[in-house]
Design a binder for this molecule. Structure first.
Ligand code: SAH
Length: 237
């Protein structure tokens, strides 16, 4: 896949990173026997939907030498570790927090981090609604990643409170409609952000449509956000 990495992301994994990707794949397959982690188990599909897709959202926004990029990142609702684990492997100087509300997924991830010797990633069990109100995490991150967690305004409410001023939320989506842009504009304004860009692209093997929504935090998020557990999904902004 070296050529596709190069053509699409102007980047190639080192031999060590390739070995880590392979090991990650094997660990996910093994974990899948006990936990329902992912329905994506075919090697090419895993490469495209878990590895390539995870990195496509973030690498283009980090200009320059990736080995020097050292942002503080949080991946909200990371599940089996996507996009967070491939990002941790690719950006050795970043520090990344992998957040999920399900203890058994986090236990699985703790094992993955040990097996892969990924010292720049740590796990956190909790709900985005609670974590966003903790002093330790609120306004603490340069980048917040979120993929397949909920409606886009819910994603905005989970991500923006956690960002430092000037920080970037990256919301990974499949399809995207104009109505979603309208709903999002309203939510983002209330949360102290702006929509910086919405990018459409196709995946390199199956040519599926993807979107990435980039939100920039430009003002302090009012203290009532994120609202209590369940409210963001029940009453989206
Ligand atoms: N991001 C992964 C997993 C998506 S599934 C991927 O793209 O493959 C959604 C995950 O979000 C689940 O693991 C679920 O436990 C977690 N989740 C849902 N709501 C959450 C919340 N409010 N706070 C933290 N995690 C949440």
């Amino acid at each position: 896949m070296a050529e596709i990495w190069q053509q699409t992301l102007n980047w190639q994994p080192t031999v060590q990173q390739q070995e880590q990707f392979q090991k990650l794949y094997e660990l996910i397959l093994e974990g899948n026997r006990q936990l329902n982690l992912t329905r994506i188990t075919d090697p090419q599909e895993f490469w495209e939907k878990h590895l390539w897709d995870s990195l496509r959202g973030i690498l283009p926004v980090l200009s320059g030498n990736l080995s020097l990029a050292s942002p503080t990142i949080i991946d909200i609702g990371t599940g089996a570790g996507f996009p967070g684990v491939p990002v941790a492997m690719t950006l050795p100087n970043c520090t990344i927090t992998l957040l999920d509300s399900t203890q058994k997924k986090i236990t699985f991830l703790d094992n993955i981090l040990t097996e892969l010797a990924l010292t720049n990633a740590k796990t956190l069990v909790g709900r985005a609604e609670e974590i966003g109100q903790y002093y330790k995490h609120r306004m603490a991150y340069d980048i917040a990643l979120i993929r397949a967690v909920g409606a886009v305004s819910v994603c905005a409410e989970y991500t923006l409170p956690l960002l430092k001023q000037g920080g970037l939320a990256i919301i990974y989506r499949g399809n995207w409609t104009k109505d979603e842009t309208t709903a999002l504009q309203n939510a983002v304004k209330l949360l102290g952000g702006v929509i910086e860009s919405i990018e459409q692209f196709t995946t390199p093997l199956s040519h599926s449509i993807r979107h990435c929504v980039y939100l920039r935090k430009v003002a302090t998020t009012p203290v009532q956000f994120p609202r209590p557990i369940g409210v963001p999904t029940q009453k989206p902004l």
